[in-house]
Write a protein that binds this ligand. Structure first.
Ligand code: ATP
Ligand code: MG
Length: 588
């Protein structure tokens, strides 16, 4: 089925889209222009993310504007203004200095979405330490591995998480010198070999002058999601803030008066680049919800907080779809102006559902931990072709390439050809390495092209379409089939909640397409339904691309960031070792 283009009329929009004239800006843009929108440290002493995100607003007209509105699990609400955030982060920078933490040393955080996490991130950046967030649902082994790789010297965590997950690791982590515990409800903690966060913070001065910061100084260490294998630690520098800032404005359409909600956890790059940095550099109010997904809670937040810009992920959108448009209809979502999604391909069905159920379509955008910021996006002012990731942002040169040698690629100029998605190196938030793995980093480049490991195609109008991860693409009877296309079609059937598609080795066809399908409530996994789905897919996709086999499953294996782990579906199907499963979400 082809999906109708969602036509935009930017002139009629209540707020003028921030990138109104895409073609013109794209033709003339240079990154230096975006850099000029930022202040830089006073006296020309370089560029520091925390100054751009916090201190420059705290010193100006936005001092009393709410920077972070924290919504606690139990209904608590805490507003932190830019002024207060500047003081809190100054305190933490002073705490680090008091502990003798030198610039470049790694400060980790393992915490749910609580204010201390945000303060630790920005305070560490002020002190020119390298901040590394860990997802709080990790078990002890992924925590140990990541702390060991980055040789973390400081860890900020909660008393509860420490007791459950970290205390037993201390002997294995000799480099981890200081563990700072945030007590529940601000209560003091007294656990051996740790310090109390609140006591240290209260004793520290609330002013801190950021020392000269080279834009190339390392700022963040971010581990990838581990969808395709062992997670890699992507290294990002302070200059990344140039991209965070301008892409927040362009791809998320942030305007100064916005109330923005990024649902991602800072344990993933989205939750840092767009859950901490970009909203603050753009001076908006950013909503932080401590709780996990819950359809009614989420709608209530959108309604009560009058959220204007919302950035979420396909898994969550699919869960909202499962809960039904009727539920959405009970809430007043009138404040919502712009909805965006990232992390996995967004099925066209979901884009259109947003329009029908929320009154706003979802704008899919594409990027990776390695790119540090949004690279390809559906923009507020441009028509949406449902199922497409959109167009490259100004300053981003994206191409479809073909590998001609290990270290050489050729750009495929013709439209509608499937190939590897590559980006011309040189945008500010590009990763500068994989921590401790220089050879792995080098392998990502061919000349000045960064090879993303994703397959895509570009249509004649310049929209990019995701095909699949290079590792997931299925080779069947001489054709390349992207799992996404097959999954999207299956999802168009009324019974299907989600689908994961793999290639299963076959003596004749090399591989055949096999689908795993989770059903919506009220549907039974019967042989008739299986036959119906097989026929449904065949009519839409043709015999070559349609799945030959369908298995019903109660749910699909996902990474903790919510991505379908096709490699695991495949390993299980073939009875092969499961590989690194540290990122696997525990079954509910
Ligand atoms: P690992 O590299 O460890 O296997 P990962 O690639 O899932 O994990 P991330 O950096 O979090 O780690 O995810 C980036 C990847 O997510 C992209 O390379 C792409 O495969 C997928 N992705 C992100 N956004 C989109 C999108 N809008 N459409 C399709 N795929 C997307
Ligand atoms: Mg990846």
């Amino acid at each position: 089925m082809t999906w109708a283009t969602i036509v935009k009329s930017p002139d009629a929009a209540p707020v003028a889209p921030s990138l109104l004239d895409y073609e013109r800006v794209r033709a003339t843009f240079a990154w230096a222009q975006a850099r000029a929108e930022l202040d830089g440290l006073p006296g020309g002493r370089g560029l520091n993310i925390a100054h751009e995100a916090v201190d420059r607003h705290a010193a100006g007209a936005r001092r009393d504007r709410v920077a972070l509105r924290w919504l606690g699990k139990r209904g608590e609400v805490e507003d932190i203004t830019y002024g207060r955030l500047s003081e809190l982060t100054a305190r933490f920078a002073n705490v680090l200095r008091g502990l003798g933490v030198a610039p470049g040393e790694r400060v980790y955080a393992l915490a749910g979405r609580i204010p201390a996490l945000y303060v630790a991130a920005l305070g560490a950046l002020k002190a020119r330490a390298v901040f590394c967030p860990l997802f709080s649902a990790f078990g002890p082994e992924p925590i140990r591995a990541r702390l060991a790789i980055g040789e973390g010297r400081v860890l900020v965590t909660t008393e509860a998480l420490y007791r459950r997950k970290v205390a037993g690791l201390r002997a294995a982590l000799p480099r981890l010198e200081h563990v700072l515990l945030v007590g529940a409800g601000g209560r003091p903690t007294a656990v051996p070999d740790t310090r109390d966060w609140h006591a240290l913070m209260n004793a520290a001065a609330d002013r801190f002058e950021i020392e000269p910061t080279d834009p190339e100084d390392t700022a963040l260490l971010h581990f990838t999601s581990g969808t395709t294998g062992t997670p890699k630690g992507a290294v990002h520098v302070h200059e990344a803030v140039v991209a965070h800032h301008v892409t927040g404005r362009w791809a998320l359409d942030l305007h100064p008066e916005d109330v923005f909600w990024c649902t991602a956890d800072p344990g993933w790059v989205t939750g840092t680049s767009y859950g901490i940095v970009a909203p603050l550099t753009n001076g908006v109010t950013s909503v932080v919800d401590e709780a996990e997904f819950d359809a009614e809670r989420w709608y209530r937040i959108l309604q009560e907080q009058r959220v204007t810009v919302w950035y979420t992920a396909p898994t969550a959108i699919r869960m909202l779809m499962k809960a039904g448009a009727g539920l959405a209809g009970k809430y007043d979502l009138g404040a919502l102006r712009f909805c965006a999604s990232v992390g996995e391909p967004l099925n066209p069905e979901a884009v259109v559902w947003g329009q029908a159920a929320l009154g706003r379509p979802f704008h899919d955008n594409w990027w990776q931990t390695e790119t540090g910021g949004i690279m390809i996006a559906n923009l507020a002012a441009l028509d949406i072709r449902p199922g497409s990731m959109g167009r490259p942002l100004p300053g981003v040169e994206a191409a479809i390439v073909r590998r001609v040698a290990d270290d050489r690629v050729e750009v495929v100029a013709a439209p509608d050809v499937q190939g590897e998605l590559a980006l011309r190196a040189g945008w500010p938030s590009m990763f500068r390495g994989y921590w401790g793995e220089p050879a792995r980093y080098r392998k990502c480049f061919a000349g000045d092209w960064y090879l993303t490991g994703d397959l895509a195609r570009r249509d004649r109008d310049g929209y990019f379409w995701f095909v699949g991860r290079a590792d997931d693409v299925i080779k069947t009877s001489g054709h390349l089939v992207g799992p996404f296309e097959v999954e999207s079609v299956l999802m168009e059937h009324a019974a299907v909640a989600e689908a994961g598609v793999i290639g299963k080795p076959d003596p004749v066809a090399l591989e055949v397409v096999k689908a795993f399908v989770a059903l919506k409530e009220g549907w039974a996994p019967t042989p008739e339904l299986r036959r119906e789905l097989l026929a449904f897919a065949r009519t839409r996709l043709g015999a070559v691309v349609a799945p030959k086999e369908i298995d019903f499953a109660p749910g699909l294996p996902r990474t903790r960031s919510g991505k379908i782990m096709r490699r695991l579906l495949k390993a299980r199907e073939l009875g092969l070792p499961e590989g690194d499963v540290s990122m696997l979400e525990e079954p509910a």
